[in-house]
Design a protein around this ligand. Structure first.
Ligand code: ATP
Ligand code: MG
Length: 330
């Protein structure tokens, strides 16, 4: 029997990247057999900064089709759109009021993303979205949240706020754990391996592999990834971040450990190593893209989302009810 609840989400803020797949989606797919699983398209999170409404709608469909293409099976996992379950917004609002401004101020994602906005003023959405994420997680009595390293702090905030709420108002929320996979939890930008690969980065995208990239383009991105002059395929994130990043990508896709990769490439150049990484990524993308075309059908996706919302709603409603009752609201 599936008892433990697993949940994760992705913002429909651009095309999904290899980082999203390796850092979050793959870990989820590997566990959907053994957990009661929820995955959602975080469209409320996408409007933390203004978005073109038509493009946002399209991005939601694109995201669901990508989930399915990556191996999420709607007969095993509840796949839904966040805005279809209104409880997310209400509990998010409530959880914002349990939070100190200082707690949100020290979120590294906020610090990083607000820098880019500081000229015209920083969107409040960027500041408070972690408390919406708190609600996303708590609504489903989640026990495990597979995310990339960049989101770890937000899951920790969820634990802090759940504990605070439970202490103030009585046992209401279930305590979730974060799951950060040991390999591939922070895929780096191929051109700037000091920064995370982001789907919503502007620029020329040379450092980001999108799952829908043309296969030859993706291979070229790997072949021109920034490395170093040490000439040794060795895992050392500090001194060889570019090579270590490519090793993480290879290892996460093929399950080969770092030691074995290092041994195989001893005395061989970076060119050969990159070619192998490029081939492995190309194979993965080819499979995902073939699947995507099968699932990219609005009627099918609408049906999956409607079904998912119907299945997600009762639990969300129960949890919100518990919370409002505890607060003395109704
Ligand atoms: P955005 O720029 O819109 O924030 P993003 O690529 O960071 O895009 P999110 O929707 O914020 O994507 O995150 C979705 C999931 O993917 C999260 O679990 C996040 O931790 C994970 N993730 C995102 N980027 C990476 C990465 N480079 N390496 C590993 N995991 C990642
Ligand atoms: Mg992000």
């Amino acid at each position: 029997m599936k008892e433990k609840v697993m949940l994760t989400g992705v913002r429909p803020s651009g095309n999904l990247t290899l980082g999203n797949y390796l850092g979050a989606i793959k870990n989820f797919v590997d566990r959907q057999e053994t957990h009661k699983s929820y995955i959602f398209i975080a469209d409320l999170h996408a409007i933390t900064s203004p978005k073109d409404p038509q493009k946002l709608k399209e991005a939601v469909y694109n995201c669901v089709a990508m989930y399915l293409a990556c191996g999420i099976d709607p007969s095993k996992t509840i796949v839904f759109r966040q805005s279809d379950v209104l409880e997310h917004g209400t509990l998010g609002f409530i959880m914002t009021f349990q939070t100190k401004m200082g707690e949100l101020n020290r979120m590294t994602q906020f610090k990083y993303k607000s820098q880019a906005q500081s000229k015209d003023g920083v969107d409040t959405g960027l500041f408070v979205y972690p408390t919406l994420m708190v609600a996303d997680i708590l609504l489903y009595n989640t026990s495990i949240v597979p995310v990339g390293r960049d989101q770890q702090q937000h899951v920790e905030l969820t634990r802090d706020l759940a504990e605070r709420f439970n202490k103030r108002y009585g046992e209401t929320f279930f305590m979730p754990d974060v799951y950060i996979a040991p390999v591939g939890n922070k895929i780096l930008n191929l051109q700037n391996p000091l920064e995370k690969m982001n789907k919503s980065d502007n620029g020329d995208n040379k450092g980001t592999i999108f799952l829908m990239d043309d296969i030859e383009v993706a291979k070229k991105k790997i072949m021109s990834a920034k490395t170093d002059s040490l000439g040794k395929v060795h895992f050392d994130e500090e001194n060889q971040p570019g090579i270590s990043n490519l090793m993480s990508i290879l290892s996460k896709i093929t399950n080969e450990d770092f030691e074995s990769i290092e041994k195989r490439f001893e005395g061989r150049g970076y060119g050969e190593f990159k070619r192998e990484v490029a081939e492995v990524v190309a194979k993965l993308l080819t499979e995902i893209q073939a699947n995507f075309n099968k699932y990219n059908n609005k009627n099918l996706l609408d049906e999956i989302l409607a079904n998912g919302a119907k299945k997600a709603q009762p639990t969300a409603r129960d949890t919100l009810k518990r919370a409002t009752k505890a607060l003395g609201l109704n």
